[in-house]
Ligand binder design. Sequence first.
Ligand code: AHR
Length: 501
Amino acid sequence: MQKAKLILDRDYVIGAIDPRIYGSFVEHLGRCVYGGIYEPDHPEADKNGFRTDVLRLVKDLNISVVRYPGGNFVSGFNWEDSIGPKENRPARLDLAWFTTETNAFGLHEYIDWCKDAGIQPMYSVNLGTRGPDAARNLVEYANHPGGTYWSDLRRKNGASEPFGIKLWCLGNEMDGNWQIGHKTAQEYGRAANETAKLMKWVDPSIELVVCGSSASDMPTFVEWESSVLDACYDAVDYISLHRYYGNPTGDTPGFLARTMDMDAFIKTVASVCDSMKAKKRSKKTINLSFDEWNVWYHSGGQDQEILKKSKWGKALPLLEDVYNFEDALLAGSMLLTLIRNADRVKIACLAQLVNVIAPIMTENGKGAWAQTIYYPFLHASTFGRGISLRPVVESPTYDCSDYQNVPYLDIAAVQNQDGSVTVFCVNRSQTDDFMLEMDLRAFGNLTVKSHTVLHHEDVKAVNTADSPDNVIPSEGPGGILENGKGTVTIPALSWNVLRLQ
Ligand code: AHR
């Protein structure tokens, strides 16, 4: 058995964890909305057509915010199509995903669903084909109490109270040439600034996320952030980061090391924000919204086949990645990276929520189940609330194709509101259990209350409709903690939650 060491202290603090890092994302894409959260003909649908089996799985996840309605979809979307009587709403070609959008689920349905799920809305405006005028009308419709054209239309459509949407995204991935209405950084920066100005004039209480790069390997990364922030620093509050990883070559050690890139990505964007703060002589700090993150690579070929056969179809089964056990380990590490960067990352969204690269899968008319990646998110969002502690870790490391000195044990620690401490740990070693020596003397006499583990002998093991419990958490070997010192056993290739009380 290998050895590693962890020291935690009350005074080694990264920062308070913003609950909004436990967010998710619902896009009008594939079966995320239709057949996912909304399926009026489903036996478990409620009076609004919301699937209550899906709602139960969503509620258990303790999700704080849900970004909506896109994604690439939003860059061609007319929000006005999604309000008013359903029979009058137009069906439109969606040029982002080459399908047909019926608009049967729209803005009011989203707000009702968020209320039912206990989730805060986060709404994206279209800066691809549209601009400041549509965006300011939308804020007036959603947030102005009444007495104007748009706010009275909302009331007429059944919502007498304003929706009070606080968080807004200024478009989506505008740096990517796949985006409808793709822009240069200068074009987008100006558009974002003017749109932000108008939106905040309508409702000064809102917060705005401007688009950063759509991935850390975009050729324009850094230059994009710099130019965009130069154009709109005073008008916005957060900058977005998006990142998906995959393991197409079956290189498990390399795949599990991808969070080295994620961490560097976060730190680089924070540096660009701070250098712009210095350039502007500003007192305001721009924080980060990591509003798309996940594993995404399983479904690529399948999507091309589906679109070849059914271009312009409705609610096609697109991006339906079936996640395996190693994907859950990387998703866990991505969550740990967010927790360890709690001082700068204030919002994060697991992309997406249901069916489309999602922790929850459904069959139309039938059941819903949790994918492997559901469990690390469930544990982090349940026990990862409070103060992110700076873990001092001594762990053996390994080298792989893209990274050197990757610690086998990836650890984040949280001081919870009730005084307990939660240690999250991914063991990246495929062969070795670890004896983790812990020194937590500054916390007094904590004991190991529980040790939960996610492990499977087969890294490619998945959960399916017929076998939904193939990869599920179980009780771990635990350990002893006395007078602040002790050891726990961390099994090879595992996700671990240690609750210390
Ligand atoms: O989440 C799927 C897609 O990934 C989103 O629409 C887009 O923003 C990103 O490229």
